[in-house]
Design a binder for this molecule. Structure first.
Ligand code: DON
Length: 580
């Protein structure tokens, strides 16, 4: 067994060396952006500018996060939004942490089988297109919750840049135009969406200006009246009316009773680093912690970035953790989530003991008894001069959400209902095969993978990270963490490095082009792994990260690095890290 020989050799060397020597993996990436007082990294450069301006004027990271949230709703309509939902993880300068859940809720009239026909078969497109796909949106309530409790600036001031960008418009660069790619047919189906996001029925081109007058008016009324303008006033009325006319089930009561939840984040420790991330109704933090706990038992740094042994350990950890994700987790108001068990190091050891170091596992064999019988999202990372850090991931789910805008509002609506289990055992938009814990129920929030994550070391902020990418958000965020902590990459290299993903079912390793060499692929295939190259770049996410104290662990150790080091994934054309 060639691989077994390799494995023993690696372990022997590891034991001989005593400690893991970080192997510096040299990726080809631009330099991270450096700054001393504040850093904002988002998927659209104008939104990053808005955030930095707030920081420069003395606003804190939460103020900047609110302003960026509204700005992205204008300049990044594929995912930035006020008609969707999201999560905010905050780590305050004194080390306290909190988590805000402003994700969508199922309408009161939602039912468990609403996307199935009389025979129990799923009706294609029902949970992804049009008003029946829409969950009750949360960002306006979420941003105000964050600002009023933890911000320092008035709402009007924070929303003003977004209003100006919507009213006066902004010129589209190539990265902006790319986000409209392939969406024409979908947007054309809804006259109100087509009117704003298409140019006489055709896609926008480089240099065109995107003006959103209705959105500017909606934002102005929110600036004047606060969240009531959205949840109790004309905006809710317009959305409910359009929904009723077009086969949806949203009611005024759904809007009136929407509430933000403030929750304890999920916490774990990986090789001495304190990880703080999203709790249920996200699976993100729990599953990142579960995978990290499993991987802690392998000398990844020594085994090396991209080696067959490292990749095998990662895949098997992902396979086991995604079984838990897809079967055990759901909205905490509806199901008991076994968070303590799944994030326990002893549980991770049990899983490690089941992993054959030389053979790929079989996903079908891990299926719990009875199971299955019955562009886009965006992440931004911010840190201020005082050291307050904020990580936000929010989404419309699919690119441009449900592809609908209630006439007169300018607000794109989500298709987040697709994140529920529409039918146990049937894959959703991201191929996730999920169970009863995530079944649809009125007021319930669908299980998410969004993972806004903040890491600290010795009581000081160390890294802010997160990404879009559907079910892959978890592994994208995880891999950025491993790339920094185990493989010594700088923050830009860490978010740019090609990625791998396994989500239990389908039983396949998805690989971004060039992630593994042909030699490594041969080794993995000999172990029984079925590796598929996935060229659909939109699904591989766009991470945005900040590293504190240096651009990499090596620079931090030398003590000579910039205070803040920002990196927008090179996969995002319009994104930028901006500091001051
Ligand atoms: O909450 C979730 O897990 C999904 N709705 C996220 C969707 C997403 O990341 C789409 N972007 N690629």
């Amino acid at each position: 067994m060639r691989n077994s020989a390799l494995k023993s050799l690696s372990f022997a060397l590891f034991i001989a060396c005593g400690t893991a020597l970080p192997q510096i993996a040299a990726a080809a990436s631009p330099e991270p952006v450096k700054a001393e007082r504040g850093m904002v990294v988002t998927a659209q450069h104008l939104a990053s500018d808005v955030g930095v301006e707030v920081l420069k004027k003395g606003g804190n990271a939460v103020d900047a996060a609110v302003a960026v949230g509204y700005a992205l709703a204008v300049v990044y309509p594929t995912a930035g939004n006020i008609g969707g939902g999201g999560f905010m993880t905050i780590r305050f300068k004194d080390g306290r942490t909190t988590f805000l859940d402003f994700r969508e809720r199922a309408p009161l009239a939602a039912t468990k089988t609403m996307y199935q026909d009389d025979k129990g078969d799923l009706v294609k497109g029902l949970s992804t297109n049009g008003y029946l796909a829409v969950g009750v949106p949360g960002p306006v309530a979420g941003f105000e919750f964050a600002r009023s409790r933890y911000g320092t600036r008035p709402l009007k001031e924070l929303i003003e840049p977004a209003i100006t960008l919507a009213r006066e418009g902004f010129q589209l660069e190539q990265g902006d135009v790319d986000t409209f790619d392939g969406r024409t047919e979908r947007l054309a189906k809804d006259p109100a969406a087509a009117e704003i996001f298409l140019k006489a029925g055709k896609p926008f081109e480089l240099g065109d200006k995107l003006i959103q007058a209705d959105l500017a008016a909606s934002l102005s009324s929110i600036a004047e009246k606060g969240p009531d303008a959205f949840y109790k006033g004309a905006i809710a009325d317009a959305i409910v009316k359009a929904s009723a006319e077009k086969g949806g089930i949203l009611s005024k009561k759904d809007f009136e009773q929407y509430q933000v939840r403030e929750l304890e984040p999920v916490k774990c420790n990986y090789r001495g680093y304190d990880i703080v991330s999203s709790p249920p109704p996200s699976s993100g933090g729990v599953i990142i912690c579960e995978i990290l706990n499993i991987l802690e038992g392998y000398p990844l740094s020594y085994l090396g970035y991209g080696s067959a042994e490292t990749v095998h350990a990662m895949i098997e950890a992902m396979r086991h953790a995604y079984v838990d994700r897809n079967t055990a987790l759901g909205d905490p108001d509806f199901v008991d989530n076994p968070v303590a068990k799944l994030t326990d190091k002893a549980y991770a050891k049990e899983i490690r003991d089941k992993i054959d170091p030389f053979r790929a596992g079989v996903s079908e064999a891990l299926k719990p008894e009875g199971f299955g019988e019955s562009k886009e999202t965006t992440h931004y990372s911010i840190i201020d001069d005082e050291g307050n850090a904020v990580a936000v991931t929010y989404t419309l789910n699919g690119s441009f959400g449900a592809g609908v805008v209630a006439p007169g509002t300018g607000i794109l609506l989500n298709n987040e209902m697709d994140d529920f289990t529409a039918k146990p055992g049937a894959p959703n938009l991201y191929g996730l095969v999920q169970g009863e814990a995530n079944a649809i129920a009125p007021r319930k929030t669908p299980l998410s993978s969004m993972s806004p994550t903040i890491i600290s070391k010795d009581g000081k902020p160390f890294m802010v990270i997160g990404s879009p990418g559907g079910a892959r958000i978890i592994t994208i965020t995880l891999e950025a963490i491993l790339n920094v902590i185990d493989h010594g990459m700088n923050i830009q290299e860490a978010v740019d490095a090609p990625r791998l993903h396994h989500q239990w079912l389908p039983d396949k390793v998805f690989m971004e082009p060039y992630a593994l060499s042909p030699d490594t692929l041969k080794l993995l295939s000999a172990m029984g792994h079925d590796v598929e190259i996935d060229k659909n770049w939109t699904i591989w996410g766009q991470a945005t990260g900040i590293l504190v104290g240096g651009e990499s662990l090596a620079e931090i150790a030398e003590g000579g690095g910039a205070r803040y080091n920002g990196a927008a994934d090179s996969r995002i054309g319009a994104g930028a890290a901006r500091g001051y």
